[in-house]
Design a protein around this ligand. Structure first.
Ligand code: ADP
Ligand code: MG
Length: 259
């Protein structure tokens, strides 16, 4: 276990019966390559799902399909009651509800931290600038870096940049947050501050799906760990049973390599 263990949640994390994400018999190909094979997954409101598995197993593709950064070819993906189809209106609606945080932050380098935060509220939500800036500052406080608002991303540490990326996502008031290896590009001493931010989102009841190798986070915060290999969901369980009693040989092998 790494020394980058996040703080344990201080609040009871509640899961409701409302289904936020449903993937039914989803298949995807990149050209001839069958990258997702019959993915079935239901995520309820307030769930904190950790998705793990070897490199190339289809984790990024799975979560990128949920906000249509990638298109699936077969099966159904339903987000908060709306099915993802090629209908642009549906895609826009779903993207407004689903925030995404990437490994490499993807901030606009030529815009200040606050400008990064207000861009989408102003242009997508048509929010007046003043209101958007208040909202931006609110979420920069939320991720504990309001004093960085006027700086440019390049002047911040990796951990701070990732927290800006989270604040920027929150400004769109998403109902679901997807994280794709949000701490993998960070120096070890910055991992904890980003994980702690994610813990606090969980405490606020955010539905989260995280691709991560931070097994400390998985144990403390997730309610379900899903293991993927070669485009398939091989095994899923609560973190306790997942780590202590893995069933599948491939899961055992994976865990023996990372823990
Ligand atoms: P993971 O996130 O688990 O490492 P990915 O979802 O990124 O896996 O990739 C799964 C597989 O699909 C890998 O073999 C990868 O090389 C391939 N792949 C990913 N993106 C593309 C793409 N745009 N075109 C073709 N193949 C891709
Ligand atoms: Mg990936």
């Amino acid at each position: 276990m790494s020394e980058t263990m996040p703080q344990a949640p201080q609040k009871k994390l509640v899961i409701s019966d409302k289904v936020m994400i449903e993937m039914k018999d989803v298949h995807k190909w990149y050209g001839q390559f069958h990258v997702l094979k019959n993915i079935n997954l239901t995520v309820k409101q307030g769930e904190r799902i950790v998705l793990c598995g070897p490199s190339g197993s289809g984790k990024s593709t799975t979560i990128r399909c949920i906000n249509r950064l990638e298109e699936h070819q077969q099966g159904q993906i339903i987000v908060d009651g709306t099915e993802l189809t090629s209908d642009v209106k549906n895609i826009e609606m779903i993207r407004r509800e689903v925030g995404m945080v990437f490994q490499h932050f993807n901030l606009f380098p030529h815009l200040t931290v606050l400008e990064n935060c207000v861009l989408a509220p102003i242009w997508v939500r048509k929010m007046p600038r003043k209101e958007a800036e208040e909202l931006g500052m609110h979420y920069l406080k939320r991720v504990k870096i309001p004093e960085q608002a006027k700086k440019y991303p390049g002047q911040l540490s990796g951990g701070q940049q990732q927290r800006v990326a989270i604040a920027r996502s929150l400004c769109m008031k998403p109902k679901i947050m997807l994280f794709d290896e949000p701490t993998s590009a960070l120096d070890p001493e910055m991992v904890k501050e980003v994980l702690d931010t994610m813990v606090s989102l969980a405490e606020d009841g955010m539905t989260m799906m995280c691709v991560t190798h931070e097994m400390g986070f998985a144990k403390l915060v997730s309610n379900r760990v899903i293991f993927m290999d070669r485009g398939e969901i091989i095994e899923q369980n609560n973190p306790h049973d997942f780590f202590d009693h893995p069933q599948n040989e491939r899961t055992k092998l994976f865990l023996s390599q990372i823990l």
